[in-house]
Design a protein around this ligand. Structure first.
Ligand code: NAP
Length: 246
């Protein structure tokens, strides 16, 4: 059995070879946390971890395609053997496959692919690693959601995103928010906090250069939730470190 109080905290960030996930990794590592970059492409993951090590940070990588059970199953053993612990899981990997396509034109296969990554991936990785995270004195699970996954925002005719047309992506983020609330409920009274983060509209391959926020800014709320103190919230949805409507 591992001594859970020894060494620095360890975090896994999924889809962290670029974009917001990479910046979350950097900011967590700058706080002295050992970070493991989850990447579906081994080479891109290794290169991302090397970039952080070049900055003097403690960064590692693991091959992880959140839609591929054969890459999820080895994760608990990987963390047990390499680090003896896992404290923080940031479910960041995500895809936007149907921008511009309303429900009436959407191929159900695209809906399935979107949910495979954005929802079932979060479920599978969280479930696999939960026993390890439960052993942490300060377990934190952060699900990177979106304002587009807020039902209150979807029905708001004055929303900033009123012109954004997509069905699969927003509904997958609504589902992620349900997972956050239900898992937080299951873990009530434990050392594990579960929250959803809206990073804002961020300059990444997904967000495009037209977005107003830098990846550094987009990473702020997820990092804040990943490092909440013991008296911090659980079962919430946050944007710019403030609660937002489901
Ligand atoms: P991004 O630059 O496109 O990066 C997405 C990351 O997810 C990449 O590392 C990608 O890997 C990875 N990924 C995709 N499918 C995966 C899978 N099956 N298994 C493992 N990794 C996978 O996007 P981003 O903007 O940084 O988005 C990060 C998160 O923020 C997503 O959940 C997104 O929905 C959310 N978000 C973004 C914005 C925004 O404005 N950018 C706004 C709200 C929410 P590859 O490099 O191999 O493709």
């Amino acid at each position: 059995m591992t001594n859970r109080s020894s060494g620095s905290s360890v975090a896994l960030i999924t889809g962290a070879n670029k974009g917001i996930g990479f910046e979350i990794s950097r900011q967590l590592a700058k706080r002295g946390i050992t970070v493991v970059i989850g990447a579906r492409d081994e080479t891109r993951g290794a290169e991302a971890a090397a970039r952080l090590r070049d900055e003097g940070l403690d960064a590692h990588h693991v091959r992880l395609d959140v839609t591929d059970a054969s890459t999820i199953e080895p994760l608990p053993r990987f963390f047990e053997e390499r680090f003896g612990r896992l404290d923080i899981l940031v479910n960041n990997a995500g895809v936007l496959l149907d921008e511009g396509t309303p429900l009436s034109d959407l191929d159900i296969e695209v809906l399935r692919q979107t949910f495979a990554t954005n929802f079932f991936g979060v479920f599978a990785v969280s479930k696999a690693l939960l026993p390890l995270i439960r052993r942490s004195e300060a377990g934190r699970i952060v699900n990177v959601s979106s304002q587009l996954g807020s039902l209150a925002d979807i029905v708001n005719p004055d929303s900033d995103y009123v012109g954004f047309v997509s069905f699969a992506y927003p509904s997958s983020k609504v589902a992620v928010n349900a997972l956050t609330a239900l898992l937080a409920k299951e873990l009530r009274g434990s050392n594990v906090k579960v929250n959803s983060a809206d990073p804002g509209w961020v300059q990444t391959d997904m967000g495009t250069a037209a977005a107003p926020l830098t990846p550094e800014e987009g990473a702020d709320t997820p990092v804040w939730l990943a490092t909440l103190p013991a008296d911090g919230p659980s079962g919430g949805f946050f944007s710019s470190r403030k609660p937002m409507s489901w």
